[in-house]
Design a protein around this ligand. Structure first.
Ligand code: AMP
Ligand code: MG
Length: 308
């Protein structure tokens, strides 16, 4: 299926595919998503198959408004109202107790469901038009680079979906922050598009520094993930002429200069790694951004991309 412009007509056609149990690619503000009806066990199974994603790795469910969270979650804690007022629509995912209408296939066998309201007009229009919650993991093969531009979607994904809606480049560029609200205290399971500092400011208290989430709590956290084909070497400073991502003035065509601003860096991260990968190097260097809270999500993705 070729990539189409996200006109009203094409969004309607995509919604019909979803209602019929099919799979489409939709843009979100974080990354492109492989979208299907989150309540349709067979459609969700198809998404796992297309990605080659392990069955225990749960999907995030997308709804169009905070009012719709009740369709997927059993009970909605008060704190969600506060968080939603500040961060939704946007790249914050919350984990809540699931409703029976959400199949275990979607949640990787867990009794909880991860849910968010995406800040992308095309994603929101598609959810509304489909009239169902939409499960949408990133539109890439398991453990490979996420996609932030429609033209970077792998042909093997393209061959399997009913439609690819082009929404231009994704503005945030890294996946959502996953915040678990099922325990006594909120806990970040995955850093992402909303910073720890911003969540703490809204909660009015620091989020405890917890050990890395256990496999049971967030089964989708793998050591190697978001990875290009080439091996990635994390360095303080790349060598002259060495291919890679740098904060300095590039000294060759195979060096890409990255912004020293975490948001701008995140927006360019996956497409820059893809550019280097497409140049065919077996290995390239990436200069590590500062070890500060605002870089937490980018550093997390870089560490995973460099894991072997
Ligand atoms: P993505 O791969 O970007 O679609 O993000 C999905 C990730 O969110 C998973 O890999 C998990 O780490 C996390 N997640 C999704 N659902 C749950 C859940 N019910 N409980 C805990 N973590 C979840
Ligand atoms: Mg993913």
């Amino acid at each position: 299926m070729s990539i189409v412009r996200a006109t009203t007509e094409n969004i309607r056609a995509a919604a019909r595919i979803i209602q019929a149990g099919g799979v489409v690619v939709m843009p979100t503000e974080t990354v492109y998503g492989l979208a299907c009806n989150a309540t349709d066990d067979k459609a969700v199974q198809r998404v796992f198959e297309i990605k080659g994603r392990p069955a225990a790795n749960p999907l995030i469910v997308h709804v169009a408004s905070v009012e719709e969270v009740g369709r997927v979650a059993e009970s909605v804690p008060d704190i969600l109202g506060v968080l939603a007022a500040r961060f939704w629509p946007g790249p914050l995912t919350v984990v809540l107790a699931k409703r029976p209408s959400i199949p275990y296939r979607t949640t990787g066998g867990l009794d909880t469901v991860a849910v968010r309201v995406p800040a992308h007009p095309i994603a929101l229009a598609l959810i509304r038009e489909s009239q169902c919650p939409i499960a949408a993991p990133s539109a890439n093969l398991f453990s490979e680079l996420s996609v932030t531009k429609a033209e970077n979607i792998d042909p093997r994904i393209e061959a399997e979906v009913g439609m690819i809606l082009d929404g231009g480049p994704c503005e945030v560029g890294v996946e959502s922050t996953v915040l678990d609200l099922t325990g006594e205290e909120p806990e970040i399971l995955r850093p992402g598009g909303v910073s720890r500092a911003d969540i703490q400011a809204v909660l009015g208290k620091p989020l405890g520094i917890v050990p890395p989430p256990t496999v049971r709590k967030s089964p989708g956290l793998y050591r190697r993930h978001y990875a290009p084909r080439a091996s990635v070497r994390l360095v303080d400073s790349i060598r002259p002429g060495e291919p890679g991502l740098t904060f300095q003035q590039p000294t060759s065509d195979s060096q890409i200069r990255m912004p020293l601003d975490p948001r701008a860096y995140a927006a360019n991260l996956y497409s820059s790694l893809k550019k280097l990968d497409d140049m065919g190097f077996d290995e390239f260097g990436v200069e590590l951004p500062p070890d500060t809270q605002e870089w937490e999500a980018v550093r997390d993705r870089l560490r995973k991309a460099s894991s072997t």
